[in-house]
Design a protein around this ligand. Structure first.
Ligand code: CO
Length: 262
C-alpha cells in the first residue's frame, strides 16, 4: 500500500531530509586522501545528533554504522572502517535520519582528490540519471516512467544500471511502497499522485551490472570489480510539482529548473 503524505507530513520529511543534506554537504569537505571511512561515520552521527535527529541506518536490520561508505567497486552498504581513502578513489556516501517521526534519505558519490576520467564521468552519469528520473515525477505518470528515464540516461552514457537494488517510498518507515527500480519499460506500476514521497536512487556501474555481497554480509560490489556510483534524493510530489527535499546548496540545479526548492 502506498501511503500518500499530507502537507504537514511533508514538512517533517523535509526537515529530516535537510539534515541529511547538511551532513552530506559537510562530509564533502572532509573527503580527502588519508581520512578513514570510520572518521566520516563518526562525523555524520555527531552532526545529525547535534541537529536533533537520530541516524536511521544504525541498527536497521543489524547494520552497524550510521553512514554507508562505498569505495570504488563497492555499490552500496559499505561499512565504515579503518580504511584510509586514497587519491583517485570514488566514495559513495549514503545517509538517513529520523526526526519528528519521519525519515529522510540521500546519497552522493564524491571524488577523493583527483580522479580518472572514467570515475568522474561515472559520478556525473549517476547524478544526471537521477535528474532524468526526476523529470518523470508528475501526477498521472507511472512509477516505471522514472525507471526507464534513468536506464536510458545511464546506458546512453555507456554505463550499466544495477538491478539488484531499487529506490523506495519513504515516510514513517525508511522503506515504504512503492519500489522504484532504475530500469525497465515505461508505463508500469502505480500512477503518481500528490503526496507521493520517494527516495529515487540510481546505482550504476562502469562495467557489468552483476552484484556480489562481501563476507561482511552488507557491502554490495560489482562482480567484475568495475567502478560504481550512487546518487539519491528524497523527493516529494506536491501541488507545485516535484520537490527535492534533500537538495544541497552546492548542487547544479539546471536539470530541474521548474521544481520549487522552497
Ligand atoms: Co534509500
Amino acid at each position: 500500500m502506498i501511503v500518500l503524505k499530507s502537507e504537514k507530513e511533508i514538512v517533517a520529511i523535509r526537515k529530516s531530509s535537510r539534515i541529511v543534506a547538511q551532513v552530506l554537504a559537510d562530509l564533502r569537505n572532509l573527503v580527502e586522501p588519508g581520512i578513514t571511512t570510520r572518521d566520516l561515520d563518526a562525523f555524520a552521527e555527531k552532526k545529525a545528533k547535534e541537529m536533533g535527529a537520530v541516524p536511521a541506518f544504525k541498527g536497521y536490520r543489524g547494520y552497524p554504522a550510521s553512514l554507508c561508505t562505498s569505495v570504488n567497486e563497492e555499490i552500496i552498504h559499505g561499512i565504515p572502517s579503518s580504511r584510509k581513502l586514497q587519491e583517485g578513489d570514488i566514495l559513495g556516501l549514503d545517509f538517513g535520519v529520523l526526526c519528528d517521526g519521519y525519515f529522510g534519505d540521500a546519497a552522493v558519490t564524491y571524488p577523493v582528490g583527483e580522479v580518472g576520467l572514467e570515475a568522474s564521468r561515472l559520478i556525473e552519469a549517476a547524478e544526471k540519471a537521477f535528474f532524468k528520473g526526476l523529470e518523470k515525477v508528475k501526477e498521472g505518470n507511472r512509477i516505471s516512467d522514472i525507471s526507464q528515464a534513468i536506464q536510458n540516461s545511464v546506458e546512453a552514457q555507456g554505463f550499466s544500471v544495477i538491478r539488484a537494488f531499487v529506490g523506495h517510498g519513504i515516510g514513517i518507515s525508511l522503506h515504504e511502497e512503492p519500489q522504484v527500480p532504475n530500469f525497465g519499460p515505461p508505463g508500469r506500476g502505480p500512477k503518481m499522485k500528490k503526496g507521493l514521497v520517494l527516495a529515487i536512487e540510481p546505482m550504476i556501474a562502469a562495467g557489468d551490472w552483476n552484484v556480489e555481497i562481501k563476507d561482511d554480509h552488507w557491502t554490495a560490489i560489482t562482480k567484475d570489480k568495475s567502478l560504481s556510483a550512487h546518487y539519491e534524493h528524497t523527493v516529494a510530489l506536491t501541488q507545485q510539482g516535484a520537490e527535492i527535499l534533500s537538495i544541497r546548496e552546492e548542487e547544479d540545479l539546471s536539470y530541474a529548473k521548474e521544481s520549487p526548492y522552497a
